[in-house]
Design a protein around this ligand. Structure first.
Ligand code: ZN
Length: 189
């Protein structure tokens, strides 16, 4: 992993008690806080904040989100990155990398997709690394679907994980009960 590898970033859980972080970014502070948990997590977060390491910038909080919303995204991504389920961790790691590349994009209100109005969209016709995930304002605190943020991020990232099936899904749609929904629901818990 190095700077030429756009996915060589962020924190990754290694074993039950180790957290490995490379190329630290502000979002990683949320992962560290969640990993340590409780008072030590809060203490570490306060410490990182005092060093200015939780501060978002135009370079680290991209895609049209406010700094508060970048914190919300980081919180959901931390949930995935530290999930006990391997698939969720993989989706979390890849969604975090996508976020840090500025490829999560803010959308105000529902996203019109054909006849349906949705709150998350994976642009899988773009090449997978460059592909964007569109995130509706409705997934943020105070929005009507704020409880679904983590599930939606996992679901949309899954589209990139299985690009073949994603194209299938993209063309034929997908429905509750499909593996992609199950993954989202498992990881969103
Ligand atoms: Zn989908």
């Amino acid at each position: 992993m190095n700077n030429t590898d756009p996915f060589g970033l962020e924190c990754e859980r290694r074993g039950s008690d180790r957290l490995h972080c490379e190329n630290y970014g502000p979002g990683d502070a949320w992962t560290i806080r969640r990993f340590l948990g409780g008072e030590s997590g809060a203490g570490a977060f306060a410490f990182l904040t005092s060093l200015g390491l939780t501060q978002w910038s135009a370079k680290t909080c991209r895609g049209g989100f406010s700094e508060g919303q970048c914190g919300n995204l980081a919180e959901s991504l931390a949930t995935l990155t530290l999930h006990e389920n391997n698939l969720c961790r993989l989706l979390g790691s890849r969604a975090t990398q996508r976020f840090q590349l500025g490829r999560l994009r803010y959308h105000e209100g529902y996203i019109q997709n054909g006849d349906s109005r949705i709150v998350g969209l994976a642009n899988v016709w773009q090449i997978w690394r460059a592909g964007t995930i569109v995130v509706s304002s409705h997934l943020f605190p105070g929005g009507p679907h704020s409880e679904a943020m983590t599930e939606i991020l996992a679901h949309e990232e899954y589209h990139f994980l299985y690009l073949g099936s994603s194209i299938w899904y993209g063309v034929f749609g997908h429905h509750r009960g499909d593996p992609i929904y199950s993954a989202g629901e498992t990881c969103g818990d």
